[in-house]
Ligand binder design. Structure first.
Ligand SMILES: NCc1[nH]cc(CCC(=O)O)c1CC(=O)O
Length: 322
């Protein structure tokens, strides 16, 4: 079947039901329809409740991490109940299950982390007074925040983006850290007090990148995503995913990775780190090379970060978590 014939079919798109997940799924659906709707393509949204959505009483890093959100959709793919899934690439483990693959994805949104305090409050992450409560369940965000402002108390918070924003108004925390991309997508970018400079606050690997996952055998379906693809995004995502896969730390380790292209788009610079959860020490490395080497560069940076002390952090966390 050619992609033109395939375009006359109805595809089932698996998504979680959160506002952000639905926004992302609808964005991909709209882009697919813009490319193939005239040939008859239809896309039906299938909402999937994952273990990550059901378990809300414990911190995610104690029940299996962000991978829980992804696995529920992967099970539906492998069972043939959906044709493709839309995820945040940041939530995907470094390696995919046998039989699944990723398709081309659109341009990366803002990769930065966002600091939010009460509306109108004249404060930054660095100037928040000692003893203030900063809400985040991300070990990376908590540790990097401590490096910028050691007096803060890190408070684990869970829930979707609007819930976490609401903890400020409820007085549970003084400020929160969230991904700028999620806030922008939900039309809440105005609420951001400060977009944190990636050189001082390195983002999570693939933050702001979407992932489209499908069965590897469905090469005809994968072809439908080619018009949506953004070359520079696929290069930086390849570097950052390779970093993650080499570290094998997943989201339960305070790790960060940020890849950027040179102005002419021919070279890529990859930076990575693992930070002690209390923020006391950072183990970091970086490399630069031609874009064709993006994945090798990411893996190389990861090996250097492990050797510099990152392995010790991962070992200690693994021992504490199990
Ligand atoms: N941790 C959950 C998650 N996964 C992806 C995003 C935001 C969108 C993105 O990074 O692409 C978020 C929310 C957040 O971290 O604030």
């Amino acid at each position: 079947m050619t992609s033109t014939e395939l375009a006359a079919r109805k595809l089932r798109l698996g998504t979680r039901g959160s506002a952000l997940a639905l926004w992302q799924a609808n964005m991909i659906r709209d882009r697919l329809l813009a490319a193939w709707g005239a040939q008859g393509l239809e896309v039906e949204l299938v909402r999937v409740v994952t273990k990550g959505d059901r378990v809300t009483d414990r911190p995610l890093n104690q029940v299996g991490g962000m991978g829980l959100f992804v696995k529920g959709l992967e099970d539906k793919l492998l069972a043939g109940e959906i044709d493709f899934a839309v995820h945040s690439m940041k939530d995907m483990p470094g390696t995919l299950p046998e039989g699944l693959t990723l398709a081309s994805t659109p341009e990366r949104a803002d990769p930065r982390d966002a600091f939010l305090a009460a509306p109108g409050r004249d404060v930054t992450l660095a100037t928040l007074p000692a003893g203030s409560r900063l809400g985040t369940s991300s070990l990376r965000r908590g540790a990097l925040a401590k490096r910028i402002n050691p007096g803060l108390e890190i408070v684990p918070i869970r829930g979707n983006v609007p819930t976490r924003m609401g903890k400020i108004a409820e007085g549970e925390v003084d400020a929160v850290l969230l991904a700028a991309a999620g806030l922008d997508r939900l039309g809440k970018g105005e609420a951001i007090t400060e977009r944190l400079d990636p050189d001082a606050f390195m983002p999570a690997a693939c933050q702001g990148v979407l992932a489209i996952e499908l069965r590897a055998a469905d090469t005809d379906i994968a072809a439908l995503f080619e018009p949506l693809g953004h070359g520079p995004t696929s290069i930086v995502a390849a570097a950052e995913r390779s970093y993650l896969a080499t570290l094998q730390g997943g989201c339960q380790v305070p790790l960060a990775c940020h890849a950027r292209l040179s102005e002419d788009g021919r070279r890529v610079r990859v930076e990575g780190l693992v930070v002690e959860p209390d923020g006391s020490t950072v183990y970091a490395s970086e490399a630069e090379g031609p874009v064709a080497d993006a994945a090798q560069l990411g893996a190389g940076v990861a090996r250097e970060v492990l050797a510099a002390g990152g392995q010790g952090v991962i070992d200690r966390l693994g021992a504490a978590g199990s």
